[in-house]
Write a protein that binds this ligand. Structure first.
Ligand code: FAD
Length: 348
C-alpha cells in the first residue's frame, strides 16, 4: 500500500508538517536524513548547528529542564543534549528534539536515511532512500532545507558557535556581538542587509568584499555606503579567523587581492553572506526550480510545486526569510495542502 504522505527532511518544516499530518490521521512517514549524509548535513536541520534560539515563539529565557525532562521519551533523552537547570533560551538541538518528539507522540514514523532519488513521473509517486527499496506515496512533502555557504577555512569551522555565523537576524542580538566591531563577508543584497542590520548592535561593521564594487542593487549598496558605521573593505579575501577558545572570535586576517598585502581587522564576530545552497540535488531536476535551485511554489499562498501531489516547505522553497518560524509555518501549510489534495483524490 502506498504511503499517504511521505515527508523528506527533519528541520522545523518537516516536523511541523508531520505534526499536522499525523493529527489529520494521515499516518505520515518522515525520512529524516542521517549523520554522514552528503553535503555535511545532519538530521534535525540547521538548528542542530546552533546554541541559543532566542526568537522562536514560546521559548523565553528560563529554566527549561523540567519541561524537557518530561517532554522527551527515554530514548530521545539518550541522544538529546544534557538537560541542565541553567536559565537559558531553548537551544537549537533541544528545540529540534522536542519537535521530533511531538511529531512521534502523534504517531509519526521515522526512517533515519537520506533520500537519494525520486520518481515523480509515476503515480503513486516514488522516493528512494539510500539504504532501502523505493517507497510509494500518494503525496510527498519536501522539507530538505538549505545550507549556508562558508569560506571553507579550518579556523572558520573552529569558531562556528564562537562568533562565526551565517545569520545576522538569528545571532546579531547576542551579547557577544553588542557594541563590538564585526565583519560581514559578501557583496550582494543579503550582505547589504546583514551589514545594515548588524549596525543596530555593533560598534562598527567591516564589509569585506572580493571585488571593488558591490553586486547588490544600487539602492541597497547606497544605503550601506551612506551608513557611517559600515566600512567597506574592497578587493580583500578573509584568509583566517582569529580568536581563542575562551574569547571566541577576536578578529580576521584579510589579504588584498590587488596588492597581496595582509592585515588584521579586530572583530568579535564574522558573518557570512555569500549565499545558501538549497538541498535539491537529489530531485534530479524533476521539479521546477529557480536559477539558484530553490523549489518554486506554483500557486500563490500555497505550497504546491510543479508536480501534482508534491509540496515544498521551509528553506528549500524560500530564499528570502530563512527562519525556523517561517519554515514551521510553511510546513503546516504543506500538510494542510497535502491533506486537501488527498481528499480531492478520494484518499483519506
Ligand atoms: P533545515 O533546518 O535545513 O532541515 C532540513 C533537513 O533535511 C536537514 O536535517 C537535512 O539533513 C535533511 N535533508 C536534506 N536532504 C535530505 C535528503 N535527501 N533526505 C533526507 N533528509 C534530507 N532561524 C531562526 O529562526 N532562529 C535562529 O536563531 C536561527 N539560528 C540559526 C543558526 C544557524 C547556525 C543556522 C545555520 C541557521 C539558523 N536559523 C535560525 C535558520 C533556521 O535554522 C532555518 O531557517 C531552518 O532550520 C530551516 O528549516 P527547514 O525545516 O526548512 O530545513
Amino acid at each position: 500500500m502506498p504511503e499517504r504522505v511521505v515527508i523528506i527532511g527533519s528541520g522545523p518544516a518537516g516536523w511541523a508538517a508531520a505534526i499536522y499530518a499525523a493529527r489529520a490521521n494521515l499516518d505520515p512517514l518522515v525520512i529524516e536524513g542521517m549523520f554522514g549524509m552528503s553535503g555535511g548535513m545532519v538530521p534535525l536541520g540547521q538548528l542542530y548547528f546552533t546554541t541559543e534560539v532566542e526568537n522562536y515563539p514560546g521559548f523565553p529565557f528560563g529554566v527549561l529542564s523540567q519541561f524537557l525532562d518530561t517532554a522527551l521519551d527515554d530514548k530521545e533523552k539518550q541522544i538529546a543534549p544534557p538537560i541542565t537547570d541553567e536559565k537559558h533560551a531553548v537551544t537549537g538541538p533541544e528545540l529540534m528534539h522536542l519537535m521530533r518528539q511531538q511529531a512521534k507522540n502523534f504517531g509519526t514514523r521515522v526512517i533515519s536515511d537520506e533520500v537519494v532519488e525520486v520518481d515523480f513521473d509515476s503515480k503513486p509517486l516514488r522516493v528512494k532512500p539510500s539504504d532501502g527499496d523505493w517507497i510509494e506515496a500518494h503525496s510527498v512533502i519536501i522539507a530538505t532545507g538549505a545550507r549556508a555557504n562558508y569560506l571553507g577555512l579550518e579556523s572558520e569551522e573552529k569558531f562556528k558557535n564562537g562568533g562565526v555565523s551565517a545569520c545576522a537576524v538569528c545571532d546579531g542580538a547576542l551579547p557577544r556581538f553588542r557594541n563590538k566591531p564585526l565583519v560581514v563577508i559578501g557583496g550582494g543584497d543579503s550582505a547589504m542587509e546583514e551589514a545594515t542590520y548588524l549596525t543596530k548592535y555593533a560598534e562598527k561593521v567591516y564589509l569585506v568584499h572580493r571585488r571593488d564594487e558591490f553586486r547588490a542593487s544600487p539602492i541597497m549598496a547606497e544605503r550601506v555606503l551612506n551608513n557611517p558605521k559600515i566600512e567597506p573593505v574592497w578587493s580583500h579575501n578573509v584568509v583566517e579567523v582569529l580568536g581563542s577558545a575562551e574569547q571566541g572570535v577576536t578578529g580576521v586576517t584579510v589579504v588584498g587581492i590587488k596588492d597581496g598585502v595582509t592585515k588584521e581587522l579586530p572583530a568579535s564576530g564574522m558573518f557570512l553572506a555569500i549565499g545558501h545552497t538549497p538541498n535539491t540535488a537529489f530531485l534530479g531536476g524533476k521539479l521546477d526550480m529557480n536559477e539558484a535551485g530553490y523549489i518554486r511554489w506554483t500557486k500563490p499562498y500555497r505550497t504546491n510545486t510543479s508536480v501534482d501531489g508534491v509540496f515544498a516547505a521551509g528553506d528549500v522553497a524560500d530564499d528570502y526569510y530563512r527562519q525556523a518560524i517561517t519554515s514551521a509555518g510553511t510546513g503546516c501549510m504543506a500538510a494542510l495542502d497535502a491533506e486537501r489534495y488527498l481528499g480531492d483524490q478520494g484518499i483519506h
